[in-house]
Design a protein around this ligand. Structure first.
Ligand SMILES: [Zn+2]
Length: 215
């Protein structure tokens, strides 16, 4: 569960779930097996989506995000990020910037008592047909479910784009469309998906201590 894996983007034809990029983020708590798993998109859910945010000046944690993570953890969830980072594959920024950004994000969250257990990311650009991880494909979700040993019915995914909830649907897990990011610019009907205003609002709905079920 704790080795960094970064795959070579040049040969995706034989990519399997094991090749999906993930790592143990800074400030993570010692791993504890839990029954439930919250999967969060990063940009537009934990931090403001300034369109390919990767510089410190772009890093602003969304109101209530840290509190929401604390609530989910108290309610028996492990928490992982599943993030499309097509800007890496497009050459907009190096992968090192992604790690530096995450380091600061995790530091700021830890200051508020909130922690991430794993970060999954897809570095492949939009239109990369062989990649199995870029949402709306379900690869990152399936890999996370295998890593954390959770059942479909015990996974909750929070994202601000249709590709997030579509990926959740493909993986047969419950997805929630948050109105905290880019959802309003997406084509389609947000009313088609279960929704919440923010991760904090979703936590109020789904994560109260003692709640043993996701319904
Ligand atoms: Zn990918």
């Amino acid at each position: 569960m704790n080795s960094m894996h970064s795959m070579n983007c040049s040969d995706l034809r034989h990519m399997t779930l094991q090749d999906i990029c993930s790592y143990l983020p800074p400030y993570a708590l010692p791993y504890t097996a839990k029954k439930k798993l919250l999967l969060c998109d990063r940009d537009g859910v934990l931090n403001e989506d300034t369109h390919f945010p990767h510089l410190m000046q772009d890093l602003r944690i969304l109101p209530g995000a840290a509190e929401a993570l604390r609530m989910f953890r108290a309610a028996g969830y492990n928490i992982a990020v599943v993030s499309n980072q097509g800007g890496i594959g497009m050459g907009l920024y190096p992968e090192a910037d992604f790690f530096t950004f995450n380091e600061e994000l995790c530091r700021l969250l830890a200051q508020e008592g909130a922690y991430l257990d794993r970060i999954y990311w897809c570095p492949h650009p939009e239109g990369q047909t062989d990649c199995i991880c870029r949402k709306p494909k379900p690869g990152m979700i399936l890999r996370a479910m295998a890593d954390f040993g959770v059942r479909e019915e015990d996974v909750l995914l929070a994202g601000d784009r249709f590709s997030d909830v579509q990926a959740a649907s493909s993986a047969h897990v419950q997805g929630y469309l948050l109105r905290s990011g880019w959802w309003r610019d997406e084509k389609g009907n947000p009313g088609d998906w279960p929704a919440a205003d923010s991760l904090r609002d979703l936590a109020a709905l789904k994560a109260y201590a003692g709640n043993d079920k996701i319904d």
